[in-house]
Unconditional design. Structure first.
Length: 119
């Protein structure tokens, strides 16, 4: 992982950009962004980017149970995206919609348009 204390880094293990106030050394707060146009992710027109705000995540596990191909709980018990860019699916949309902390967003990889949860 690159990045210093209080900075932003890239997690080589998970291929995600992290902004969590730790420079990528772990921690419990911040946002884990799986790819996206701003992070330089490449994808096809139909692909989506999943973002998990780990500071908001309460670790209920509903998301990982609903969309296990796209979301998992990390060692700290908080949600994380499994891959930088993924294909949209009903399960992923449902997971973002039902998150009790509203910590998950799904956006178009092409233009950043918010897909879920609905505004």
């Amino acid at each position: 992982m690159t990045g210093g204390p209080g900075g932003t880094g890239t997690d080589a293990t998970h291929g995600t950009d992290r902004t969590d106030g730790t420079g990528g050394t772990g921690g419990t707060g911040g946002t884990v962004q799986a790819g996206g146009p701003a992070a330089g992710a490449s994808g096809t027109a139909g692909d989506v980017v999943v973002r998990v705000d780990r500071a908001r995540c309460v670790g209920s596990g509903l998301c990982a149970a609903t969309a296990p191909d796209d979301l998992a709980l990390g060692e700290d018990g908080r949600a994380r995206a499994r891959r930088p860019v993924t294909v949209p699916g009903e399960e992923l949309t449902e997971a973002a919609e039902m998150c009790p902390a509203e910590a998950i967003t799904v956006r178009s990889a092409l233009d950043g348009r918010r897909i879920a949860p609905a505004l």
